[in-house]
Design a protein around this ligand. Structure first.
Ligand code: GLU
Length: 514
């Protein structure tokens, strides 16, 4: 029987989660659910210099909002915990020491000045990328060049040291990536990475491999930026004797700038005015606030659907997928190798599709919130109906208010262009008569609003097409919008009559004869 699938999302708490990180979390989640496996959240906080407070809570809130649920993690707990690396220090040291004992790692005592001098020396000798590696390590101050007594004495006297991986001199390191296929790297391209820092903390590489092993991770699904580290991780698995249970790797394609030139950055988002974080983020140092997908008005379902397609496709024409449908359709085989362009218009399109499928009741909360902010009272019934008639016409829920203010506030100005073209004698006559006829209507529905208007116009021998825009103008102040009969029935008889009266008197001097 196959082993139970276990995947992890392992962000470093160094600031707001970038949309690429959210996609990584989503693909892990889809894969775990599809395979009936488990997903955990591990916080990789070993680099204390880059720690940004508030990040952990932010990440969990973002995943929650999107509906990406963890089985284990810092909040959920679980039998493989603790799930925060800063609470797992003893494991890393133990394995680092084991690597040293078995000759696969070594202590290094070089000072920053000595390391700089080494780099300068290599640069002078025209070495492109000076590295601490199989060649240079023989000239540096480490447990490979110093005697055992000297090493012991330096450590005992409290001298700072790091532990470095002893990368084999000449060897091809291979790994079979689920997205990219075979990846081969020559060991000369890998430097002797630091595994334990002088502050006693492990580096990302050691902690990541130790934890993936200890937490029983079967698949490592992460961004392409980690592909260069993967051969090093393969070496660590081998040296630690865990090669047989090494997870399978899947490195996700980059998310590119809208024009396809290079990796998407926070600056691109600022430049083009689109979000790159899931939720609003406040920079702790500057207090600067950056809006997220949520604050822009993207629905979580739309954000998920959009992100799922950033690097994956189902191989069919279907574009709208609920989370359950994504789980059903998802496979790592259908993840592309090449980077995908970030197209905010596509995200907006998804949002429109999802808004359309919701009921007035489901959308009412958004409009209620805007109205509360504006201090406007309205019945639930009216709010629901407004959402119903507006939902086909908006990209973001904020537009229920901004594009339909006239359904709550009597207009005090009228679109000049429409006035100049449509405010005719005929229109004035039509509105005067319509107003009178409306006064006798008991139950103003979209249907009665329409039939009364048709009758009035027929009686006066006026063609509907010639006055319709003026009627709309009088009632809404605008030349276009949702179905006018819906608007009239939502506003109710008294308000419609009042609005017609207002328009007739305010626009009295602007009648054009046609
Ligand atoms: N802590 C790494 C990050 O911030 C995790 C990379 C990995 O998934 O191995 O993305």
């Amino acid at each position: 029987m196959n082993k139970e699938v276990r995947v992890r999302f392992a962000p470093s708490p160094t600031g707001a989660l970038h949309i690429g990180g959210v996609r990584t979390a989503l693909y892990n989640y889809l894969f775990a659910r599809k395979s009936g496996g488990k997903m955990l959240l591990r916080i990789e906080d070993t680099d204390q210099t880059r720690y940004v407070p508030g990040t952990e809570e932010y990440i969990m809130e973002a995943l929650d909002w999107l509906g990406i649920k963890m089985d284990e993690g810092i909040k959920e707990g679980g039998e493989y915990g603790p799930y925060r690396q800063s609470e797992r220090k003893e494991h890393y040291r133990q394995y680092a020491e084991k690597l040293v004992e078995e000759g696969n790692a070594y202590y290094a005592f070089d000072t920053p000045e000595e390391l700089d001098a080494m780099r300068e020396r290599l640069k002078a000798a025209r070495v492109d990328q000076p590295q601490y590696n199989a060649i240079t390590r023989t000239t540096m101050k480490n447990s490979l060049t110093l005697s055992a007594e000297e090493v012991k004495q330096r450590i005992d006297s409290g001298e700072p040291y790091v532990i470095r991986l002893k990368v084999p001199k000449k060897e091809e390191v291979r790994l079979n990536d689920m997205v990219r296929g075979w990846v081969m790297v020559h060991s000369t391209a890998i430097d002797d990475k630091i595994l334990m820092k002088s502050d006693g903390m492990p580096t990302y590489h050691l902690a990541n491999v130790v934890d993936d092993h200890m937490m029983g991770i079967t698949h490592v699904i992460r961004g392409e930026e980690w592909l260069p580290s993967a051969p090093l991780h393969v070496l660590l698995y081998r040296f630690l004797g865990w090669e047989d249970s090494m997870p399978q790797f899947a490195h996700l394609p980059l998310i590119l700038k809208p024009d396809g030139n290079g990796k998407l950055s926070k600056r691109d988002a600022e430049k083009h005015g689109f979000p790159i974080f899931p939720l609003e983020w406040t920079e702790p140092e500057t207090g600067e606030k950056v809006e997220g997908f949520r604050e822009f008005g993207f629905l979580p379902e739309a954000s998920i659907n959009f992100l799922a397609f950033l690097g994956w496709n189902p191989g069919t024409e279907q574009e709208i997928f609920s989370m359950d449908e994504l789980i059903e359709a998802f496979s790592i085989e259908r993840i592309g190798k090449s980077g995908t362009k970030f197209d905010i218009d596509k995200a907006k399109w998804y949002n429109e599709q999802y808004i359309k499928t919701k009921s007035g009741e489901q959308l009412a909360g958004y409009l209620r919130e805007s109205l509360n902010q504006e201090g406007i009272e309205a019945s639930d019934e009216r709010i629901i109906r407004v959402c119903e008639i507006m939902k086909e016409r908006v990209t973001f829920p904020g537009q229920f208010w901004t594009d339909a203010k006239f359904l709550f506030v009597t207009p005090d100005s009228y679109d000049e262009k429409v006035v100049k073209k449509k405010w005719t004698d005929e229109a004035v006559l039509a509105l005067t008569e319509y107003k009178k006829a409306l006064a006798d209507v008991d139950n103003l529905t979209p249907e009665t609003a329409k039939s009364v208007l048709t009758e009035t116009l027929e009686k006066n021998n006026i063609k509907m097409g010639r006055v319709m825009q003026a009627v709309r103008l009088a009632i809404t102040g605008k030349g276009a919008g949702p179905d006018l009969m819906d608007i009239i029935s939502i506003l109710g008889k008294d308000e419609v009559i009042l609005r017609i009266d207002n328009a007739l008197s305010k626009l009295e001097g602007q009648v054009i004869s046609k």
